[in-house]
Design a protein around this ligand. Structure first.
Ligand SMILES: [Zn+2]
Ligand SMILES: [Zn+2]
Length: 508
């Protein structure tokens, strides 16, 4: 091996591929543009409907969500109507990175979300230096690395981006902070590569994810939250500014890696305007269940609204406690209902049946009655219309049994709704529920889109675009196979197109 890493994987969390391709073509992202020309590229297939968040656990383990147990940072707690905070160590399947390290390979991992990592002698790990989802403080392996990291790149100055309010000064500070973090991430990468040679080097850029959620309206005059004051404070496109900062650091890393390395670059999924009816879902379900539901916010929602006006620095220490207190206020009510909302990422909605034998005070009989109720709810949800446009509010309703096969199916929602995100939704209506207003307390103006993009580059691959989509769970097995590590018992398998004809791994 002549370079600092034999195999490298750079992930770009929530980098929207349509923007990436357009801006690369316009020469605005020169390093990504060059990589696109030099790589075999393909769209990727993420876990369906719920993908943001859970895709990380699938990427790290090579199995789909029903087998690794993760779909959101708050998940139903067995035997209760409550929720538990889901930490990386709660993922039920070992990371492929651990397997590779146990096979004697030197592995460096930087800010890889949702990875269950073992402290193995051949590994270097930096976690929560600057992740989008801030679940714990900076953690390094070996522990002595922490001081080095802080010396080289300092501590993250941003923290949880959702604490930022949609005000020009706060958003400008966020944009500048993300640009700086992307630069320092490049510094961190180069410092770690200098400690090589590594067999495997994996690094995630989280900056586009935070930028996409918080800065979308500032770049989109069609968005209801767009204000001219945002444009004067942030310029024409703050998202492009952040993508360009990522591109610059990526260029430095790719140059340091040299042409000898096998390199994967993954844009995990996309981002677009956040248009959903999530705040109205509980009221819709209550009306469908024959329970009175007001059209305006209740007292708890009013308190929550006031809480969100407080500057983020004061809310930071109480963030997860408040989430759980808010949820605790809803637990007693869940026991009395046939079905209720459980939290998911915003681009979809999750519904849980109050099922006998699973929930402590279950009301719905398993088997045919459960299925019949699911079918009826699906039809009712598909009948909801956007009051402003007349278009359906829900594009798909999928069943947990089909989406999450595996040992952990019972921890997941029973129904998952995909919102129609083509237009803002200020109120929903149907014959069964009447009209319900959508009052959002969510500060995010951008939200996830499902498509991912992967690029593979090495000296012996001919650049071209592959038709179809590569399964997300195939990517880590591909990296492992490039290091001669075979894996078994997982859903993914190496992508043969990412190997030269002469060295394609045989099917196992
Ligand atoms: Zn997100
Ligand atoms: Zn963030």
């Amino acid at each position: 091996m002549s370079g600092p890493a034999k195999v490298a994987c750079i992930t770009l969390d929530a980098v929207e591929q349509s923007l990436l391709l357009t801006w690369a073509k316009q020469g605005l992202l020169p390093h990504l543009g060059k990589l696109l020309e030099e790589s075999v590229s393909s769209e990727t297939r993420n876990p369906d409907i719920i993908y943001s968040g859970t895709l990380w656990a699938s990427f790290n383990t090579g199995v789909w969500p029903g087998r690794h147990d993760h779909y959101f940072y708050l998940q139903p707690e067995s035997g209760s109507y409550g929720l538990r905070l889901f930490m990386p160590e709660n993922v039920s399947v070992d990371s492929i990175w651990n397997t590779i390290a146990r096979e004697g390979r030197r592995v460096a991992l930087i800010d890889l979300p949702k990875a269950r990592l073992e402290h193995l002698p051949q590994t270097l790990q930096v976690s929560f230096w600057g992740e989008h989802e801030v679940l714990q403080p900076l953690t390094c392996w070996p522990p002595s690395l922490e001081q080095e990291v802080v010396q080289v790149v300092g501590k993250d100055q941003i923290g949880a981006c959702d604490l930022v309010r949609q005000r020009p000064d706060e958003l400008r500070q966020l944009r500048d902070g993300l640009i700086e973090r992307a630069k320092r991430r490049g510094d961190l990468a180069l410092a770690v590569l200098e400690q090589g040679p590594w067999d495997l080097f994996v690094l995630n850029f989280s900056e586009a994810h935070c930028a996409g959620h918080q800065l979308w309206a500032a770049r989109d005059p069609g968005h209801p939250e767009y204000k001219p004051a945002l444009r004067s404070a942030l310029g024409e496109d703050p998202l492009l500014d952040v993508y360009q900062a990522i591109d610059r650091s990526l260029g430095r890393i790719v140059e340091a890696l040299g042409r000898e390395a096998f390199l994967l670059v993954l844009a995990t999924h996309g981002i677009g305007p956040r248009y959903d009816a999530a705040p109205a879902l509980d009221a819709v379900l209550r009306r469908l269940d024959g329970i009175d539901a007001p059209t305006i916010s209740g007292p708890i929602e009013v308190v929550r609204r006031v809480w969100l006006q407080i500057p983020g620095c004061f809310r930071r220490p109480f963030r997860h406690v408040i989430d759980r207190l808010y949820d605790a206020s809803r637990q007693a009510e869940r026991a009395k209902r046939r079905f209720f909302v459980i939290p998911t990422t915003d681009n979809c909605g999750g519904i849980r049946m109050n099922l006998k034998g699973r929930e402590p005070e279950g009301q719905v009989e398993p088997g045919a009655p459960y299925r019949k109720l699911c079918d009826w709810l699906k039809e009712e949800l598909l009948a909801l219309k956007n009051v402003q446009t007349g278009a359906p509010v829900v594009t798909r309703v999928l069943y947990g049994d089909d989406l999450f096969p595996g040992a952990y199916r019972k921890e997941f929602p029973d129904l998952v709704i995909e919102w129609n995100n083509e237009a803002p939704i200020t109120a929903v209506r149907s014959q069964s529920v009447g009209e319900i207003r959508v009052e959002s307390l969510n500060p995010r103006t951008g939200d996830h889109r499902p498509k991912g993009l992967v690029l593979a580059r090495s000296n012996d691959l001919q650049p071209h675009f592959l038709q179809g989509a590569i399964s997300l769970v195939d990517l880590a097995p591909t990296l492992a196979a490039h290091l001669g590590v075979q894996l078994s018992g997982i859903d993914g398998k190496p992508v043969t197109e990412f190997f030269p004809q002469s060295a394609r791994p045989r099917a196992t």
